[in-house]
Design a protein around this ligand. Structure first.
Ligand SMILES: NC(=O)c1ccc[n+]([C@@H]2O[C@H](COP(=O)([O-])OP(=O)(O)OC[C@H]3O[C@@H](n4cnc5c(N)ncnc54)[C@H](OP(=O)(O)O)[C@@H]3O)[C@@H](O)[C@H]2O)c1
Length: 247
């Protein structure tokens, strides 16, 4: 069996798209550190699943990125697990509408701190380690930046900011650290939209490939950037079945 050496941190990775990324990188021999916030049951399940496949190959760490006070303590804890970090994947995200009359300090801080400020702070605290390892940062963005998603003012700002952050970090952390984005189209319906059949039909009609994607499609794009994208930095790959052709 090949020894696992490289280590990845995936935020919000115990469910849905993040879980698929975690499983694919684990299959490709990475040690996996996953953050979770509310999903403790799923966190224990993935911890058991991956450690059963390969002893001591997965760690979980609970954190709420809208409340975290001390990123340095967080990074110390993360680095203690395997003594190194090669890849940071900023996947954790809050997603809900904020029409103009719903914009307030609470929703601003919740969405911006989770979706934008935390990826910046994590890049900052892990930069020295990623620099040593000639590592990677992957930000999971969204195709809905331009044109923006209606009635989601703060979410749109957070993800547009994340694209700007991706490009800025690619410049500032080069040449040692590559920084790229992966922007999903319709991959998994938001949990709140599960029963909205008409809305789903409308979205499907605008996707060139006429189907929603699978989390593994995002995981494969991440894997490509991390393992094979040696000459790629500052890019954002849209994985959307051609949805952007009909926006
Ligand atoms: N689903 C899609 O089709 C789609 C489309 C476009 C873009 N994306 C992007 O792709 C990524 C993954 O999508 P997804 O649908 O799988 O995401 P998701 O289920 O909406 O959220 C992923 C995880 O983020 C964590 N999270 C949320 N707020 C947090 C906080 N304050 N602190 C710590 N963790 C927090 C949650 O962890 P807990 O459950 O443990 O609380 C959640 O499991 C996201 O960045 C999303 O914006 C997804």
């Amino acid at each position: 069996m090949t020894k696992r050496i490289k280590t990845v941190l995936i935020t919000g990775g115990v469910k849905r798209i993040g879980l698929s990324i975690a499983r694919l990188l684990h299959t490709n021999n990475y040690n996996i550190i996953i953050t979770y916030n509310k999903s403790s049951k799923q966190a224990r399940e993935i911890l058991n699943e991956l450690n059963k496949k390969s002893k001591d190959s997965c760690k979980i760490i609970k954190v709420d990125f809208s409340k975290i006070q001390n990123f340095s303590d967080f990074s110390e804890n993360v680095l203690k697990y395997y003594g190194r970090l090669d890849v940071l994947i900023n996947n954790a995200s809050r997603f809900y509408p904020t029409k103009i009359n719903q914009v307030n300090q609470k929703s601003w801080l919740d969405l911006i701190d989770t979706n934008l400020k935390s990826p910046l702070m994590l890049a900052k605290i892990f930069y020295p380690e990623l620099k040593k390892k000639r590592g990677n940062i992957i930000n999971i963005i969204d195709i809905h930046i331009d044109p923006p998603l209606k009635d989601h003012i703060i979410y749109n700002i957070s993800k547009a900011g994340l694209l700007a952050l991706t490009k800025t970090l690619a410049k500032d952390l080069a040449p040692q650290v590559r920084v790229n984005g992966v922007s999903p189209g319709a991959i998994m319906w938001p949990e709140a939209d599960e029963n909205k059949t008409q809305k789903k039909r409308e979205i499907l009609s605008r996707i060139a490939l006429k189907k929603i994607g699978d989390p593994i499609d995002i995981a494969k794009a991440v894997m490509f950037l991390v393992e094979d994208g040696n000459y790629i930095t500052g890019q954002n790959i849209n994985v959307d079945g051609g949805r952007r052709l009909n926006m």
